[in-house]
Design a protein around this ligand. Sequence first.
Ligand SMILES: [Zn+2]
Length: 348
Amino acid sequence: MQTINELQLAKELIRYPSITPIDAGVMKFLEKKLRKLGFKTKILEFKEKNTKPVKNLYARLGTKGPNFCYAGHLDVVPAGNLKDWTVNPFRPSIKKGHLIGRGANDMKSSIAAFVSAVSIFVKNNKEFNGSISLLITGDEEGIAINGTKKVVEYLKKRKEKINFCLVGEPTNPNKLGEMIKIGRRGSMTGRLSVIGVQGHVAYPHRANNPSTTLVQILKELKEIKFDKGTKDFQPTNLEVTKINIDNTADNVIPGLANATFNIRFNNNHSSNQTTYMIQDVIKKITKIKPELSTTGGTSDARFIRKIAPCLEFGLVGKTMHKVDEAVSLGDLKKLTLIYSNILKNYFK
Ligand SMILES: [Zn+2]
């Protein structure tokens, strides 16, 4: 069997303008590729009231356990103003050792690297003890209602066992190999409304200004020391994100003051042997020992962790969602090598 070239596949994937929730045919394209490698595949389309339908893909090679799963998304954010790009975002171009295009970084190239890694692994290990699967969504950059969340529910219902999941999102801030993400802090948004009594600014005793109370409450909230953090997690933190007093007059004490705050809280996590194996593989190939981190925004790992232990490792995230989104060709090669070595070690 021929192996799949990661650069060629990354280019092919970028050519599909799969801006969430539009699929543009990319899911079917990847499905075909995986079938050629021997995967059993299923395209899962989910829809909910007031949302657009989204296509997802679950593919599995082999029937035995353990099942090593790679998770990612084929949807991309819009290109923005095309004039700001030096190339057409959906016509992948190579410039100064970089592949440029929407999704080059987040995260079509990573998917291409994993599929290429599978093709290399399968060529060298025709009979391996276990299964390799891919969980690919088309709803990561969007509202994430018809994506991984529903695929996980579907897999749970079918009693499909995943033993370990590697999420291929861009995790490295500057250099490939710097960072593995082993969890995320939780997030909670709070909304605070203080109802006062509206009145004339010149007669404050006849009014009750809610903004004074609001500021006092926010100050107290901000001063709470939730915890000191743990070895792997930053301390829990609260940030006020909005203060809103809807008032058009300068001589009126408002009757209502609103605020919104967001808390990022930490949690304990269970790391396991696979994490250390992956850390070793990355170190061997990049010569950098990756930090185990819990920074960053949310990812679909929040859904998958309900059915399997997860970690995230992918490309350098510097250009994600930006104009001229790019991946270095060297990194793409290295990531493919890392992924194929992870598979080799996992099934050893
Ligand atoms: Zn992403």
